[in-house]
Design a binder for this molecule. Structure first.
Ligand code: ADP
Length: 173
């Protein structure tokens, strides 16, 4: 049984994440999408929401599970008897960061291999922060996130606008 972990913040899980998860799930017997419980950055969605959004997105795929995790990804991989950590690559900017992390992870646990999947073209410029920016400004997210994620984002920003926070951004979608 070859198990791989796909760790991330997933705030929220979008179609670029889903594409990587489905492609990785074809390479391994089981893929665990591992949602950071305590991300080192500000998040819009709670841990539980990020978990549930990812769960709904991969629910149709029997060999993909979603779990929360904290601590070192390589330790988590070891605990789950996983042989690989999957990450997605969009651009050179991703590469530099991933290169550093992969080398540090190998130092920590050489048994766990880093596997990088290149983004699919339609998602090459898709990231959670852009998804949130478009949602905040009321733009269409069609084809970028699962439908329920679009709804969740709209609800969240409407609630914030009602509470008095006006959208501020320079992004022109
Ligand atoms: P993190 O906070 O760990 O960078 P993210 O939730 O932003 O986590 O992303 C998780 C993983 O998915 C990362 O490896 C990231 O490079 C990858 N990823 C994000 N968006 C895309 C995309 N559009 N195409 C391919 N991979 C992606």
């Amino acid at each position: 049984m070859r198990i791989a972990i796909y760790p991330g913040t997933f705030d929220p899980f979008h179609n670029g994440h889903q594409d990587i998860a489905l492609r990785a799930a074809r390479l391994f017997d089981r893929l665990i999408v591992a949602v950071y419980e305590y991300p080192g950055k500000d998040v819009l969605f709670s841990t539980q929401e990020r978990l549930e959004i990812a769960q709904r997105a991969v629910a149709p795929f029997p060999n993909i599970d979603v779990e929360l995790f904290s601590g070192l990804a390589v330790e988590y991989a070891k605990a789950r008897k996983a042989c690989a950590l999957v990450r997605g690559l969009r651009a050179i900017s991703d590469f530099e960061y991933e290169f550093e992390i992969a080398h540090m992870n190998r130092r920590l646990n050489p048994e766990v291999e880093a596997v990088f999947l290149m983004t699919s073209l339609p998602y090459a410029f898709l990231r959670s922060s852009i998804v949130k920016e478009i949602a905040k400004l009321g733009g269409s997210l069609e084809g970028l996130v699962p439908d329920d994620v679009g709804e969740a984002l709209r609800r969240e920003y409407e609630a914030r606008a009602r509470a008095g926070g006006l959208p501020t951004s320079n992004l022109v979608p």
